[in-house]
Design a protein around this ligand. Sequence first.
Ligand code: NAP
Length: 237
Amino acid sequence: MKILITGGSRGIGKAIVELFAKEGHDVVFLYRSSDKAAEELCCATGARAVRCDVSISADTTKAVKATIDMLGGIDVLINNAGISSFGFFDTITDDEWRKMIDTNLSGAFYVTREVAKVMIAQKSGRIINVGSMWGKVGAACEVHYSASKAGLRGMTRALAKELGPCGITVNCIEPGVIDTEMNAHLSDEDVSALCDDTPLGRIGSPEEVAHLAYFLSSDKASFITGQTIGIDGGFAI
Ligand code: NAP
């Protein structure tokens, strides 16, 4: 399969790149600025990388075109690129709000809009959006993050209806607390408290999320669309 993953240089996206490449698929990933990490991942996996800020529409158009030139098509799109930040609701600036929505929600829209043209023409495709459990239950001091991820839930369901007749499935993965740099700011006490609130008593690994993305892109998931699937150890039940 030909796979495009956004935000593939680090964390969950990197684990997804590694898994698909290990299973013999042709992978291109987008990243924002981590040139060294991207280069190392390409060397280690055989994947190819395109530097692209998904929050800039014109950049995504160029990046998707470059991807199609490299792969000759796209069977699976995984919208994983994302940022997070924290602050009381009334301290979030206009710029912080815009950057969050532009990256986490508009970025997925821009990339999907370009990729869907290819998938519609080929009458098949899998689109997987990486949301967050906070898009389901909401997180205090992460209102802009929670709103961006809740938006992905709605986009997933609407797109599943619109693209289903073209043979394209659209699903959303909602991770809980996963061990990546996104959570590097958490203290040991914070992590311990989050584990206490998780029925399975631990945080998750990027590899566990990668396996769910892999399943949703496989033939075994051919009748699943419009779904939002939590992978959070039971945190958001
Ligand atoms: P991460 O370790 O911080 O990695 C983020 C990735 O996204 C990097 O590859 C980064 O590229 C890329 N990225 C960020 N902004 C971008 C932009 N504007 N354009 C292109 N690429 C961009 O984060 P992560 O923990 O792996 O998170 C991956 C996804 O899972 C995110 O959507 C996040 O919201 C979601 N998620 C994470 C958790 C968690 O606990 N970690 C939980 C729920 C959901 P650079 O390396 O170039 O910066």
